[in-house]
Design a protein around this ligand. Structure first.
Ligand SMILES: *Cc1c(COP(=O)(O)O)cnc(C)c1O
Length: 460
């Protein structure tokens, strides 16, 4: 029943009776005439974020107020009826019903997310997994089919291979998403509703060919859903043809490793359908984001582009130096990465190749020994899952975030037992951090057995 405010529809926003919060982003007062030009779609995510409508606080605060209420009053009894029929709503009279439905603070964060991803609308959820599961349940009914990449976040893989088939009768086929013929062959005409990939896959850092996948999906009447958790700002999947972009906001977008959150970015019609009182996955399953969390995240989004630039710069530098040390490193910014050219073509200029890199130490034992020294001897980083924190986080994917997968699936996805996934942080200086890395590597190599030393390079 309800409607959302679309970032690309400034006039409807500005025509609303201005309460305390004015539209913002125009050079001066007379917004009505100038709005269309000033609000043209920006292709750079930082520019788009800065051009999005700004919410002032209730008393003129530079930050928006937190709408902490779960429920909302109406002044006339009839207004309630009109809210429930959809005649009135968030963008029609700035009226709200109940915070599991739309909440003004969460909606404002959604507007920022829509600007960031260049989609018509967005809504934020309590976690990345709830964003992903609700989108899939909304788009793929019982008996529906999903074609998914073989390289996916472990939780998403489990959702598609076990949970949704068991609870919802959804079927999934996993393919090498790089192989256009395989994706086409996996599509079941009339049944495949969604093609699902990650922009940069976890943890193998394969980059999806989004324009190709969009073409294939659209020819089959399916939607392309892309998880852009690893590459916010770096890649804008919706600008390349994806229909829906999902995020674990818990990672780079939050940046603080202190919040679990998610987002669904796509057409207003999708967000509205997910909020439908009778039939909406978000409305009925209720993975609602708290308004206080939305307010915190809204204060972090403006510096996301700066953070991504520095994550990328450090990761690129470390990857190149690790390579010179003779280590087996995977980073899409290295020229010999199989998807280097693709990422360069798809990526937004100026944001690099992202903050994730992988180091294959050959065996789990060597990976663990290196991580031990990196954390406990030289303080290079922290042994922890997740990503996007200011400090470097590292984990051995095979026994952690990808452990839900069968060993054969892991091998097929290219996850070796000695694979260390690193989310490269930006605190400290680059040279300080590199010296810490080199010291830990030397200590680890000194403890290699002669056989391991021969196989994986001499102790330094
Ligand atoms: C962490 C992650 C998720 C799950 O998000 P949560 O916020 O932990 O629910 C989904 N996809 C990717 C790629 C992730 O890294």
């Amino acid at each position: 029943m309800a409607h959302v405010l679309a970032a690309a529809e400034p006039l409807t926003l500005l025509k609303r009776p201005p309460p305390q919060n004015d539209g913002f982003g125009d050079d001066n007062g007379s917004t009505e005439e100038k709005a269309p030009k000033a609000r043209r779609r920006e292709s750079d995510p930082a520019a788009a974020l800065a051009a999005a409508r700004h919410e002032f606080g209730e008393h003129g605060g530079v930050n928006m107020s937190i709408e902490a209420s779960a429920t909302f009053t109406v002044m006339e009894p009839d207004t309630m009826r009109r809210l429930f029929t959809g005649e009135l709503g968030p963008e029609r009279g700035d009226l709200y019903i109940y915070s599991r439905h739309f909440n003004p603070t969460v909606l404002a964060l959604g507007r920022q997310m829509a600007a960031l991803e260049g989609t018509e609308a967005a809504y934020c959820t309590a976690s990345g997994m709830s964003a992903i599961s609700c989108v899939l349940m909304q788009l793929v009914g019982a008996g529906g089919h999903v074609v998914a990449s073989r390289c996916l976040y472990g939780g998403t893989h489990a959702l598609l291979s076990r949970f949704l088939p068991r609870t919802s009768g959804v079927q999934a086929t996993f393919v090498d998403a790089d192989d256009e013929a395989a994706v086409r062959a996996a599509i079941r005409p009339g049944e495949t509703r969604v093609v699902y990939v990650e922009t940069m896959s976890n943890p193998t850092l394969a980059v999806a060919d989004i324009p190709m996948l969009a073409r294939v999906a659209h020819e089959a009447g399916a939607k392309l859903v892309v998880d852009n958790t690893f590459t916010p700002v770096v890649v804008s999947p919706a600008r390349l043809g994806a229909d829906i972009v999902v995020h674990s906001v818990s990672k780079f977008i939050s940046g603080g490793a202190d919040i679990i959150a998610g987002a669904i970015c796509g057409p207003a019609s999708l967000v509205n359908s997910m909020m439908d009182l009778q039939d909406g996955a978000l409305m009925l399953l209720g993975p609602t984001m708290n308004a206080k969390v939305a307010s915190e995240l809204a204060a972090r989004l403006p510096h996301l582009p700066l953070r991504m630039q520095e994550h990328s710069r450090r990761a690129a530098e470390f990857a190149a130096r690790m390579r010179r040390q003779g280590l087996r490193v995977t980073y899409p910014g290295l020229p010999d990465h199989p998807h280097h050219a693709r990422l360069r073509a798809m990526g937004n200029p100026g944001y690099g190749a992202g903050g994730m890199l992988c180091l294959d130490m050959g065996t789990e034992e060597r990976a663990n020994r290196l991580m031990y020294h990196l954390q406990n001897t030289t303080q290079f980083g922290l042994m922890a899952v997740s990503l996007g924190f200011y400090d470097t986080l590292m984990s051995c994917s095979g026994n952690s975030t990808s452990s839900e997968m069968d060993p054969e699936d892991r091998a097929r996805a290219g996850i070796s037992p000695g694979l260390i996934r690193m989310s490269v942080g930006y605190n400290g200086t680059l040279e300080q951090r590199w010296a810490q890395f080199e010291r830990a590597l030397a200590l680890m190599q000194q403890q290699d057995t002669p056989a391991a030393a021969a196989k994986y390079g001499k102790p330094v």
